[in-house]
Structure formats: C-alpha cells, structure tokens
Design a protein around this ligand. Structure first.
Ligand code: NAD
Length: 362
C-alpha cells in the first residue's frame, strides 16, 4: 500500500516553525531537519542516522525529538531553541564522507537557524566531516571551542538528578548503599555507572550486549536480564537505553520508588506519567535530567567553551529537579506535567520577548 506521510494534520507538525526535507541522489542523502522553535536562540539538537522502517517513522521521530529539545533547552535556561534532524539510512552501510558533506551543505542552506550535534548513529568524527561544508555544527572533537563527546556531561547531570531524587523521596543525603538499576551501558549508561560506583551506590545492570555488563560485573555490579531489571527491588531505576521503556506493562512491574535516567522519551505516553504518580513512583522528567549534553554543546555554540561554567550549569540540574519535585508535590501531579509547564512558561516568555523586540525594531 502507498505510504502517505501525516504532516500538517499531525499535532507534532503543527507546533513546528519549519520542517525541511533534503535529498541528494548522488550521495544518497535523504534527511529531514525539524526546527521546532528559535524563540530563545538557534534551534539545536542532534542528528540521528537510522534505518527507519518507513518515512512516516522518520518524520514522527524527528518531530517528537525536536519538540523535546525546545523543552530541554528552555528548562536548562539555555539561549537555544529546539530542533533535530534525521538521516534516513543504515549508518553501517550508507554513511559515507560524500553523504555527510552533502548533509553539511543542506544544513548550511538553513543559515544557522538549526545547529546539528551528535545523536544515535553519528559520532563527533562524523560531525567533523559535516563541518567541512557548514559551520552550523557543534559537539566537534577538535577546534577552537570544541566541546567533544557530550555523554560524560549527560551522565554527570543524571547523577545530580539521582542525588536530588534520592534526597527528596528517600531522605538519603548520599548515594552510599543506594541500589540503582541501569538499563543500557552505552556512552551515557557506562559513564553513569562509573560515577555511581565512585559514589558508593550498589549497581544492578542490564544491556543487550554482554561486554559492558562484564566490565561492570568486575566492579561488583549484579548483571540481570534486560526484561527483568524493572522488576528488581531497586531504589532507583535509571533507563539509559532507548525511549518508550515506561509503558503499560513495565510501569506496573516496576518496583523502584524512583525513575531517573538518561534515555530520551522514556514515557510511551503521558498516561504512564499519571500511572507512575498514582503508584507513588517519583519520576525525574527525562528532558530535565538529561540536559547535561546540550548544556555542554551550548558552551561551544556560544563561541568560547569554558569547562567550569559548563560544569556549574550541569550540576544545577539537581536544583532544577528539586524545584520540579517540590512544585509537583504542591500541585499533586506528576513531575512530568510540572516540567512541561515550566518549560512551556519559559518558551512563551521567549516568544513574547521576540515579538516585543521585533515590534521595537520595526
Ligand atoms: P548508546 O547507543 O551509546 O548506548 C545505548 C546502550 O543501550 C548500548 O549499550 C546498547 O547496547 C543498549 N541497548 C540498546 N537497546 C537495548 C535494549 N532494548 N535493552 C537494553 N539495552 C539496550 O547511547 P547513549 O549515547 O548512551 O544514549 C543513551 C540514551 O540517552 C538514549 O536514549 C539517548 O537518546 C539519551 N541521551 C543521550 C545523550 C548523550 O549525551 N549521549 C544526551 C541526552 C540523552
């Protein structure tokens, strides 16, 4: 059956300022750039290189992810808007320097309204190739203001979020002896596991790949099956693999009183936020707790990267979460909805400011 992508009629599409489709047959480039908001600054977000099952899936993914970037940057108080891009293809097979350069030329045509960074399927080295054709790229491994791999900073922000959640929910002043289950030991999950180990937490880990599990087993972590980790008797469940992990089934099986992890789009739908709240589980909104990477990249986009300033801002994620948890308690609703409201309030303020300064300039 012919595939008919859903565009203007979808809610996700309607919220966007601009969505651009790029195609370059010579290199095989097929890419979509979604600019959700530039109210607070240039739209920034990663480029995902993925073999999507359908064009609709690619469109849905880029729209969802770009809107989440606006919320993330607004909540972190960054002078950035939200955007995201996807390249449709198998990174193992289709990622060539010619394609990456073609992507760079495409980005350049957007004149800086969108700045690309790293995401699944794209490394800082790939971005360096994209950067041959445009300066609107961040998260580079080398250069005057290069910020490099954002994952360690994302992990540090998640650690601060876990500390804030453990203090709020469990009254624990340190993470010593706190049992944390990490699902996904990739760039962020493994960095988080090392930080938690240093902080004296007890680790339970799961990943589809055996190698990272073995590494952390040597540090004393208990390795469990991927499907089993949500039902483990944990203090904190930290999803650090793919999105959608909190669904109708897993939310009911969850034993931990806290969910605080790095994965984007952890909730399969808003209904799961409601259900977690009903079950008394404290949920650290993903776009609040995993902002360390974008904070790091923002330092680079500003033109001069100052490590100390970046670390101070990343550490402030703990304070942001505490404010979210307190307001959620006052308003008797899930921290997810509170974080959404806080981000929307800031986005609205940025939009208003832009309209006012436009009117003044006219
Ligand atoms: P990654 O690809 O390096 O790691 C993902 C890990 O999850 C891998 O070890 C993989 O084997 C494992 N995995 C994949 N599918 C799994 C499954 N079904 N069950 C269990 N494990 C599975 O990715 P990453 O950069 O570490 O990012 C992890 C998550 O954090 C993603 O959702 C990403 O969008 C989000 N995130 C990352 C950053 C960053 O700075 N890298 C920033 C914000 C959010």
């Amino acid at each position: 059956m012919e595939e008919r992508p859903v565009l203007f009629s979808s809610q996700a599409f309607r919220d966007h300022e601009e969505v651009v489709f790029f195609r370059e047959p010579a290199s095989g480039l097929k890419a979509i750039v979604a600019v959700h908001s530039t109210a607070a600054g240039p739209a920034c977000g990663g480029t995902r290189f993925h073999a999507y099952a359908s064009e609709q899936e690619a469109i849905d993914d880029v729209l969802r992810l770009s809107a989440a970037m606006s919320l993330k940057s607004a909540l972190a108080g960054l002078p950035l808007g939200g955007g995201k891009s996807v390249i449709i293809g198998d990174p193992e097979r289709d990622k060539t320097p010619a394609l990456l350069e073609a992507f760079g030329r495409a980005l350049d045509r957007l004149g800086g309204r969108y700045v690309a960074a790293e995401d699944v399927g794209m490394s800082p080295q790939d971005l360096q190739i994209v950067a041959r054709a445009t300066r609107h790229v961040a998260g580079l491994p080398a250069g005057p203001a290069a910020s490099g791999d954002p994952s360690p900073l994302t992990a540090r922000g998640v650690l601060r979020g876990i500390e804030a959640a453990a203090r709020f929910k469990l009254g624990r002043e340190t993470l010593r002896g706190v049992r944390v289950g990490i699902l996904g030991l990739g760039h962020v999950g493994s960095a988080l596991a090392r930080l938690l180990h240093q902080a004296g937490a007890e680790l339970v880990v799961a990943d589809i790949m055996p190698a990272p599990c073995e590494e952390f087993a040597r540090l004393g972590a208990r390795v469990v099956e991927v499907e089993a980790i949500v039902a483990e008797p944990l203090d904190v469940f930290a999803p650090c693999a793919l999105g959608g992990i909190l669904n109708e089934v897993t939310v009911e099986r969850l034993q931990a009183p806290i969910v605080a992890g790095a994965a984007n789009n952890q909730l399969a739908s808003d209904a799961q936020a409601v259900r977690l709240f009903e079950r008394g589980v404290l949920y650290a909104p993903d776009f609040a707790i995993n902002a360390g990477g974008i904070i790091n990249v923002a330092g680079e986009i500003a033109g001069s990267y100052h490590r100390d300033e970046v670390l101070t801002r990343v550490d402030a994620i703990g304070e942001t979460l505490r404010a979210i948890f307190m307001r959620a308690e006052r308003e008797r609703r899930s921290p997810h909805f509170v974080a959404l409201a806080m981000a929307e309030e800031r986005l609205d303020a940025a939009r208003k400011l832009r309209v006012e300064s436009g009117a003044r300039a006219a």
